[in-house]
Design a binder for this molecule. Structure first.
Ligand SMILES: *[C@@H]1O[C@H](CO)[C@@H](O)[C@H](O)[C@H]1NC(C)=O
Ligand SMILES: *[C@@H]1O[C@H](CO)[C@@H](O)[C@H](O)[C@H]1NC(C)=O
Ligand SMILES: *[C@@H]1O[C@H](CO)[C@@H](O)[C@H](O)[C@H]1NC(C)=O
Ligand SMILES: *[C@@H]1O[C@H](CO)[C@@H](O)[C@H](O)[C@H]1NC(C)=O
Ligand SMILES: *[C@@H]1O[C@H](CO)[C@@H](O)[C@H](O)[C@H]1NC(C)=O
Ligand SMILES: *[C@@H]1O[C@H](CO)[C@@H](O)[C@H](O)[C@H]1NC(C)=O
Ligand SMILES: *[C@@H]1O[C@H](CO)[C@@H](O)[C@H](O)[C@H]1NC(C)=O
Ligand SMILES: *[C@@H]1O[C@H](CO)[C@@H](O)[C@H](O)[C@H]1NC(C)=O
Ligand SMILES: *[C@@H]1O[C@H](CO)[C@@H](O)[C@H](O)[C@H]1NC(C)=O
Length: 872
């Protein structure tokens, strides 16, 4: 059971005063009736009824400020017209005081900027705050409206600790403040938990979320229609709108729907979201994921320099059994789940489930991208599903939620205000997102956004877009989009060097498209080995009978293009026994295809957990780790400039038919720092649970980031469980944190893979654990180099083999066979060969040389570096 579910059940039990004696099975939460439901029609002399909600005449404001009305109602106000056509205007500071019961409340502020008397909307700049938090600052409501969406609602989620809520309006000098309506509704305590996993690893929970003030940015009924306030669960009067305005159009999605009466709330309380939200979702159109780029994507513009709470709602509506729908969930390209099965998480179909994540957006590109894609390493995983999504802004260190106004540019073409490029559609989205507008208004605006997005898309996504994907030296600046063949293409960069001679020699063989068609049985779906953002990988067989993996990129995917370019640029420079090797490529017909050695045993993860494969022995596991470490060590030190892999994880370590490990997937790799700089500054990418916390904090990439990720891989290999498993009790969720605790307590043996138990030599395990601990140090400079890690893994293997062979006699003469000497050996410097028994040291060196001999020359150069490294 997920820890947040535990907390939730606990809070439900506390809420209804139930005791544990009633048994551990949580009953569905009772329906919640808000203690406070305060609604004010500001500036109005009479009550206004909107559906079942009654907004009271604004008695409180009487005598202060100016009540104003307008006749302007172009129809877009819809059902809200009677509420919004009145307002109260203030030219000096003013408080609205409300008596409430302490606890969480939704606070909604309605704005319809209209001209009245001398009050011109473009002249209005003001602040709104409560005693605890600033809500709006230098706020200009008129910048947030358009002709089609002339009003909007700002919704806040405040934890009110005293008995009164005071909303203070302060106009800026020579300006005025105004408000059309206010709604305050109590919310159940369980709406937001104390914390949630934070994107970027490090600390698992976000501190202080229970005290934080939130602002609703988006609330979507994914795959469904608008849920109006009167149809919300638990009388919370929220509005859920369709996701279509935010969905990127690259992959068509399809709505999946079920009868809402089938939804059964078990662990999740009904107030979290209504059944109508859980009863619809978006999935991929094609159940077999024929589209190489198969993934659903949504983008949300947010204000920079805030942290966001992203809540994803799931409910399985189509499958009944486990592992029929397994997918990857990414936020901003960080995989937060590698292996997400809704039924596994929720316990059954038609059972609501949600997951929260904290996403810091500090000084970055202010868009939150949510992406769900089928798990490319799992051939049974056919599709994806998302049912609902909410994004909340969390107040910053200055206790403020205020973001900037929208920037309006003078309109260039037809009517309506035009806004600056990137923020336009999404800010409009934010307005719609918070709008409690009538269905018609929302749909009209949504249609507008879709239209805008569509226009934008078609502009930038012209057919015949890049057909050239090979790295620049070939024909980077060529503008000829026609087919390029090896014989006719010219270098666009300079007259010198023909196409052929500028192809990096290691690019290998040139395949014709026809050859690859034949090799893969015309890209037969049954030969698909995996699918990723870049396209599909097929199993193939070349004319000489050798097995290959054929990676066919989608030329229309810009992401794929970049990753392909990175990969080929790197691979053309690299060749190593422990790196997946490139055999050749094809670029006919605008295709971008790379051909690799076929790895018969697939990803390492597939041999660790969640499979029926025979378990790997400890020796095999060590050898695989050593192989991968060797590959990474080569990346870091072998090329002229070190290469940082950036996405080290168990799915990126592949095994050939002899279980030799090869590091794969260089799509995210970066060329490492040149000698004088010590880091590469870059946007954070990688996979949740493997990310170096220092890299995340400082956005500075070093080789030590790979060392951290590799430390997580080592633990995964030892314990046979995912790096992050939110379904486990809180302290176990993050493998790295949890396992290190056990190791420090000298109890690592308690958590090793059951299938290995009692087969590992304790000294070998200790060496392994010490090595991982070093890799997982908070600070990069405290982590060992990959060469040191490699040495220690070799040592762990030697210890194990020696014990297995019963050859302890030779070891006993050494000074490392007792515990104290072992810890000595591991303490700084991590590798101190002089403390080793000479014969063992030589044995390790011999093994390393043997390995190296089978690699190419550059690899042996590394070995000498490794030897030198010991001197440091
Ligand atoms: C409203 O609250 C403010 C701040 O707490 C206080 O100064 C003011 O007297 C209150 N006004 C009324 C009418 O209660
Ligand atoms: C308030 O915002 C407006 C435009 O949105 C800007 O021109 C003005 O400088 C701002 N004032 C302050 C004090 O930040
Ligand atoms: C509100 O904040 C207080 C502390 O200021 C905390 O004890 C309480 O749990 C919070 N309430 C909710 C519902 O988060
Ligand atoms: C809404 O509130 C009314 C009382 O005001 C209550 O009878 C009803 O059960 C509530 N609805 C839900 C879904 O909680
Ligand atoms: C949904 O199920 C209920 C109860 O089984 C049934 O009465 C209702 O007609 C169904 N609605 C639709 C749209 O099928
Ligand atoms: C975000 O904060 C950084 C400094 O931490 C600052 O340089 C940047 O201008 C801020 N961005 C915005 C949009 O406020
Ligand atoms: C969506 O957001 C991602 C991540 O912030 C960004 O890289 C991408 O360019 C955005 N796409 C669009 C179409 O806005
Ligand atoms: C907090 O306020 C201070 C002073 O006004 C300002 O310098 C700082 O940038 C603000 N910090 C954030 C995170 O907005
Ligand atoms: C914006 O467009 C409207 C309608 O076409 C026009 O009346 C108005 O003058 C334009 N405003 C500017 C600043 O160009």
């Amino acid at each position: 059971m997920g820890y947040d579910r535990c907390i939730q059940i606990l809070s439900v039990l506390l809420l209804c005063g139930a005791s544990w004696a009633q048994g551990p099975v949580a009953a569905p939460a009772p329906s919640f009736t808000p203690a406070d439901a305060i609604r004010i029609a500001c500036g109005s002399a009479s009550d206004v009824k909107i559906g079942t909600r009654v907004f009271l005449a604004d008695v409180q404001g009487t005598g202060q400020g100016v009540a104003g009305r307008t006749n302007q109602n172009n129809g877009a106000l819809s059902a809200y017209a009677p509420l919004l056509t009145s307002a109260r205007f203030f030219t000096s500071a003013f408080n609205y005081n409300f008596t409430v019961s302490p606890g969480r409340h939704w606070v909604r502020l309605f704005f319809y900027p209209f001209a009245f008397s001398s009050f011109q909307p473009s002249n209005s700049f003001f602040d709104i705050s409560t005693k605890e938090v600033g809500l709006l600052s230098n706020f200009s409501a008129v910048t947030f409206v358009t002709a089609d969406s002339p009003y909007f609602v700002r919704e806040y989620f405040l934890n009110i600790t005293s008995k009164d809520l005071v909303l203070t309006f302060i106009p800026r000098s020579n300006s005025y403040a105004f408000i059309n309506a206010i709604e305050i509704v109590s919310a159940p305590d369980g709406m937001v938990q104390g914390g949630a996993p934070t994107l970027g690893g490090g600390s698992l929970t976000y501190p202080g979320l229970s005290q934080s003030a939130l602002q609703t940015m988006y609330r979507l009924n994914v795959g469904g229609g608008t849920v109006a306030p009167d149809d919300d669960s638990a009388n919370l009067s929220r509005t859920w709108i369709p996701d279509t305005p935010y969905k990127l159009l690259n992959t068509p999605g399809v709505s999946v729907e079920a009868n809402a009466t089938k939804i059964t709330y078990t662990d999740v309380a009904e107030y979290i979201a209504p059944a109508t939200v859980y009863a619809s979702g978006q999935a991929l159109e094609d159940n077999d994921v024929a589209n190489a780029n198969a993934a659903l994507n949504w983008n949300f513009t947010v204000d920079n320099n805030f942290t966001y709470l992203v809540r994803l709602h799931f409910c399985e509506l189509q499958y009944q059994r486990l592992y029929e729908r397994v997918f990857i969930i990414e936020i901003n390209r960080v995989a937060i789940y590698q292996f997400f099965d809704i039924i596994e998480e929720a316990g059954a179909a038609y059972t609501p489930l949600y997951r929260d994540f904290m996403v810091p957006m500090i000084n970055t590109y202010p868009k939150i991208n949510v992406r769900i894609a089928p798990d490319r390493s799992n051939p049974n995983a056919k599709n994806v599903l998302l049912n609902g999504l909410e994004i909340f802004k969390v107040n910053n260190a200055n206790s403020s939620l205020a973001g900037p106004n929208r920037i309006i540019e003078p309109n260039t073409t037809s009517g309506g205000t035009q806004t600056t490029n990137s923020s336009s559609s999404s800010n409009l989205g934010a307005i719609i997102g918070a709008s409690i507008g009538g269905v018609a208004a929302v749909l009209a605006a949504a249609a507008l956004v879709i239209f805008c997005c569509y226009k934008k898309k078609t502009k930038s996504d012209k057919p015949g877009a890049p057909s050239h994907w090979l790295p620049l030296p070939l024909h980077g600046s060529s503008t000829d989009h026609s087919k390029v063949s090896t014989s006719s293409a010219k270098s666009g960069k300079s007259g010198a060097g023909s196409y052929v001679s500028s192809v990096p020699s290691n690019l290998g063989r040139y395949f014709s498209f026809a050859e690859l068609q034949e090799a893969t049985n015309n890209f037969d779906e049954s030969l698909v080995l995996g699918v990723g953002g870049f396209g599909k990988v097929y199993k193939g067989e070349t004319d000489d009978g050798s097995k290959v993996a054929v990676k066919r990129g989608n030329p229309r995917s810009e992401q794929g293009l970049n990753e392909f370019q990175t990969e080929i640029e790197l691979l053309s420079k690299l060749r190593h026994r422990h790196l997946v090797s490139l055999i050749g490529y094809c670029e006919e017909h605008g295709e971008m295809i790379l051909v690799y050695d076929y790895m018969a045993n697939g990803p390492l993860r597939g041999h660790l957990y969640g499979t029926d494969e025979a378990p790997l022995s400890w020796k095999q596991r060590l050898e695989i780790c050593i192989g991968a470490a060797r590959g990474l060590h080569y990346l870091h030190t072998g090329a002229a400039q070190g290469i940082i892999h950036r996405d080290v994880k168990t799915t990126n370590i592949l095994l050939d038919e002899n279980f030799v490990a090869k590091v794969a997937d260089f799509g995210l790799s970066k060329i490492g720092p040149a000698n004088e700089v010590t880091h590469v500054s870059t946007a954070v990418k990688g996979s949740f649970g493997y990310l170096d916390p220092e890299y995340f904090r400082r956005q500075q990439l070093t080789e030590k980031s790979d060392v951290y990720s590799f430390g997580v891989v080592l633990m995964e290999v030892l314990c046979a469980r995912p790096a992050i498993n939110p379904a486990l009790p809180r302290e176990e969720v993050n493998l790295a944190d949890w396992a290190i605790k056990y190791h420090k307590a000298g109890m690592l043996d308690k958590i090793v893979d059951e299938k290995l138990r009692d087969t590992i030599n304790p000294d070998s395990l200790k060496t392994f654990g010490d090595t991982v601990e070093k890799c997982l140090q908070e600070r990069g400079i405290d982590r060992p180099s990959m060469g040191d890690v490699l040495w220690n893994l070799e040592y762990a293997l030697q210890l194990h083999e020696a014990s297995v062979k019963g050859a302890m006699s030779s070891l006993d003469q050494g000074n490392f066979s007792t515990d104290s000497d072992n810890s000595h050996m591991i303490s700084v410097p991590l590798v101190a060969p002089n403390l080793f028994d000479d014969s063992l040291t030589m044995d390790i060196e011999r093994r390393m040389l043997e390995e190296t001999a089978s690699e190419d020359q550059s690899a042996s150069a590394i070995f000498s570096q490794l030897i030198n490294a010991q001197g440091r």
